[in-house]
Design a protein. Structure first.
Length: 207
């Protein structure tokens, strides 16, 4: 189960997940989001991960990961802003990652997610007077299908991830969805430009 399945059960409204399919159709993302009409809230979430040390980082991989995380978020956000500004209300949440506090072997996705956290702060300042909030949610290892595909139970990589989580377990998609849905709510209207870390304490020891 992933975020796209957990969020509709948590969010008290109509929720539509846009699937990028082969992860290259970035130009169509904004059009797909607006297909059903004006949008009140957007969650920019891309789960593409390509771990690499700096010595072996592939520039094409870096471009792909950056483009899918940052460019698509910009395109989608630009598409929904006019209607949000007209209604003087909107919520934008960018899903980033625990790796933005500094993790080895994560050059591509760490750089992209860190850029997205900057975007959240910058957009929050630009849009603060419009009734639109912009925040980030930074999850730690969460037991989605994507995570398990690359970190099977009992694998060395799963054990390595788990060793860095003080609560001693992986996150569940519904826990991540709950954090996101709070930031989408009316009650979260005084929170903007922030990064909420949903990581079981994994970022506590970060410098």
């Amino acid at each position: 189960m992933g975020l796209a399945r957990a969020a509709p059960a948590t969010f008290p409204g109509e929720f539509h997940a846009v699937d990028l399919g082969d992860r290259t159709a970035t130009g169509s993302a904004a059009r797909e989001v607006l297909r059903g009409g004006p949008v009140d809230a957007v969650v920019n979430n891309v789960g593409l991960v390509r771990p690499a040390m700096i010595g072996s980082a592939d520039l094409d991989d870096l471009a792909d990961v950056y483009g899918l995380n940052v460019r698509v978020a910009v395109q989608v956000t630009q598409a929904v802003l006019p209607a949000m500004i007209e209604r003087s209300w909107g919520r934008i949440v960018n899903v980033t990652s625990m790796v933005t506090v500094g993790r080895p072997d994560r050059t591509a996705d760490g750089a992209a997610k860190a850029a997205l956290e900057f975007c959240s702060r910058a957009w929050a300042g630009e849009l603060a007077s419009t009734g639109i909030t912009v925040n980030s949610v930074a999850p730690g290892p969460t037991e989605t299908k994507l995570f398990r595909d690359t970190n099977p139970e009992g694998s060395a990589s799963a054990a390595r991830h788990l060793a860095g989580i003080p609560v001693g377990r992986f996150g569940q998609p519904h826990e991540l969805a709950a954090a996101i849905c709070f930031l989408l709510s009316e009650d979260a209207g005084f929170i903007t430009g922030q990064t909420l870390r949903v990581d079981g304490g994994g970022s506590i020891g970060a410098a």
